[in-house]
Design a protein around this ligand. Sequence first.
Ligand SMILES: [Zn+2]
Ligand SMILES: [Zn+2]
Length: 179
Amino acid sequence: MEIEILYYAKDLSVRHITYPITQFLSKVSNIEYKFRRLDAIPIDFYNKNRKQYRGDYVNIWLRNLSDSDLVSGILDVDGYVPSLNFIFGVATPAINTFTVYLHRLKYDANEDLFYLRVQKEFMHELGHVLGLEHCVIKKCVMSFSNTIYEVDYKEAKFCPLHFNKLLKLGFTLDLSLEL
Ligand SMILES: [Zn+2]
Ligand SMILES: [Zn+2]
């Protein structure tokens, strides 16, 4: 399985984007990955009043940019979907596409905390695309986060149920990824 990670860095360095992702993906076998830089996100998806990009539309746009099995966007902007004030990320499993929105993950974070948050949100949205649902275990990376505090509370790990679901799908995960 191959995943293409399309990133829009704005004022972040490329390392800020790639480091947390490669840290996680190095612990998973059977996923190959590549990165590609985006120069812009079309203004059509930008809501001027909200100062946010519309996540479900952006996912469809990203899907059409790539031939890979899975597509991921890592975007240094703020995002929303109609039912939510903002999103840390959003998955569209029907088209194997997910995005992580970095703007709110920077809140009050040093570099290490920022990397950890990006990694958690990437794992969470990837989990959705692979068929995982939200988790009632608040420490599981698949638990829903409504605030940055909930992002910080959960760990960059899957609960045993979700970990085993990923194993059954044919992925080999480092044991450090199990809660
Ligand atoms: Zn979710
Ligand atoms: Zn779980």
